[in-house]
Design a protein around this ligand. Structure first.
Ligand code: 5AD
Ligand code: SF4
Length: 467
């Protein structure tokens, strides 16, 4: 899964512009990313492709020659946000008619040439598997021609492209391990926008992890829509690598390199993966396991491939094999025909699991999906909102309780940088992915520090480093 898809959407980075200083051909690129971690990771590939061709990047759209928006199509409100942003840029284009505005990512793939033809908002449309073609497409648009490449591929993994790390803290980085999704959850547009699932060569993944470690990075997050179905074999099929094998290969790069991954799928998450996590201290004790609903009938309509009981058994397996593992999830409220009783099943499942963290959404019908073709989007919006507010309130309690349980314990924290609120404090994360803030003393980003947590808010742990 992705997003925002999977997983873990860092809202604070949505729409953030990126900037890099390199030798250039005089052309300036302004790149803005929305949506899931995979999109942010893809933007680093796009920057690499264009910097190679002599572009430099700018954080100021007004001084750019090319504007690229890396977009998300997962929910309708994500797309509305992008449309508004494109309208801002069309004003810039009035001032500077030479400016090229392009759209890439999932919304580009979903709408294809519609944004060119109907609304004349963009000059260039490029889908997630066509980024190598960007220099050529940009060149085409320079004489006013519109350019589109939305071909999806069964092979493209960009394995040979070294991403240019954008707005990086120099400590944590994403590594894309696979692309696409074959699951066809009935609510989800991703299989249509990102195409068939394919896994990247594990040796190129390990190489990227090693290079990052040598540059001082201390944490990598392995990204895929459904990491548990990672599957690679060499040409003569003498070597096969599954996700558990890959985790082990990356964990062996260095005990000082932390490994995270996202997103897991409840139907595919194996005990073998959990055992590898338990075996290596540097594989973080944190799993994002989207449940979507606590009701088996709704899960069936969602085409998720598991029941409530199966999901709870997977949670029990996590707790059995990795007792101090944090668990987060994604939940959708108001999916087609969801009754009050079925919503209560989601609440009771949350009470049973007690997630440390959750991303929660109202169902948004997406064109072409199985749900859109087969089921009525018949839960009124005010009911979806009320159910969403109920689960958010419950999750806030659970997140706060989870943080309170961390008080009085020592946590190994990887320092990522200064706390947002004070230059006298650092922030980092513990293995369970909780943010920990503490006085900086003589430490530096990239250090591992034992922090005694003595207080918390619902979002952050507060403490003091043990020296
Ligand atoms: N409406 C609401 N939420 C959705 N998600 C995916 N598709 C939709 C949709 N149509 C959510 C799921 C998924 C997360 C990335 O986004 O919870 O896990
Ligand atoms: Fe995730 Fe399902 Fe969408 Fe695939 S189809 S990206 S598994 S929600």
């Amino acid at each position: 899964m992705f997003e925002p898809t999977n997983k873990v959407i860092d809202e604070s980075r949505q729409g953030e512009a990126i900037s890099l200083k390199t030798e250039n051909n005089g052309k300036k690129l302004y790149l803005e990313s929305y949506g899931c971690q995979m999109n942010f990771s893809d933007s680093e590939i796009v920057a690499s492709i264009l910097i190679e061709k002599g572009y430099s990047t700018t954080k100021n759209a007004e001084e750019s020659d090319v504007i690229l928006l890396n977009t998300c199509a997962i929910r309708d409100n994500a797309e509305q946000r992008i449309r508004n942003r494109l309208r801002d840029f069309s004003l810039l284009k009035k001032k500077n008619p030479e400016l090229i505005v392009g759209i890439m990512g999932c919304m580009a793939e979903r709408l294809k040439s519609q944004l060119l033809e109907e609304e004349k908002l963009v000059d260039l449309v490029v889908g997630p598997d066509a980024y190598r073609d960007l220099p050529n497409l940009i060149e085409k648009t320079e004489d006013g021609t519109k350019a589109v490449n939305v071909l999806l591929s069964r092979e493209e993994t960009y394995a040979d492209i070294t991403p240019v790390r954008l707005n990086s803290n120099g400590i944590t980085a994403f590594i894309s391990i696979m692309r696409g999704c074959d699951n066809m959850c009935s609510f989800c547009v991703v299989p249509f926008t990102r195409g068939r699932e394919r896994s990247r060569d594990p040796y190129s993944i390990v190489k990227e992890a090693k290079e990052l470690f040598d540059k001082g990075y201390r944490e990598v997050t392995l990204l895929g829509q459904n990491v548990d179905s990672y599957k690679w074999k060499n040409e003569n099929e003498t070597e096969k690598v599954n996700f558990a094998d890959l985790l082990e290969m990356v964990a062996l790069v260095s005990p000082d390199l932390r490994i995270r991954f996202s997103t897991s799928h409840p139907k595919d998450m194996t005990d073998e993966v959990l055992q590898i996590m338990a075996k290596y201290e540097n594989i973080c004790n944190y799993i994002h396991l989207p449940v979507q609903s606590g009701n088996t009938e709704i899960l069936h309509k969602m085409n998720r491939g598991y029941t409530r009981e199966w999901y709870l058994e997977r949670i029990a397996a996590i707790k059995r094999i990795i007792p101090d593992c944090a668990i987060s999830t994604d939940i959708i409220t108001g999916f087609c025909s969801e009754t009050e009783e079925q919503h209560k099943d989601t609440i009771s499942l949350m009470q049973e699991v007690k997630y440390d963290f959750a991303y929660m959404f109202k169902y948004s019908e997406r064109p072409k999906t199985l749900a859109q073709r087969k089921y009525a989007d018949d839960v009124p919006d005010d009911v979806k909102t009320r159910r969403l507010n109920e689960i958010i309130a419950l999750q806030n309690q659970h997140s706060f309780e989870s943080n309170k349980r961390a008080i009085g314990k020592i946590h190994k924290v990887l320092i990522e940088g200064f706390s947002k609120k004070s230059k006298e404090h650092y922030y980092g994360r513990n293995s369970q992915n909780a943010v920990v803030v503490f006085p900086k003393e003589n430490f530096k980003p990239g250090d591992y520090v034992d922090v005694l947590v003595n207080d918390c808010t619902s979002a952050t742990l507060l403490g003091k480093a043990l020296i």
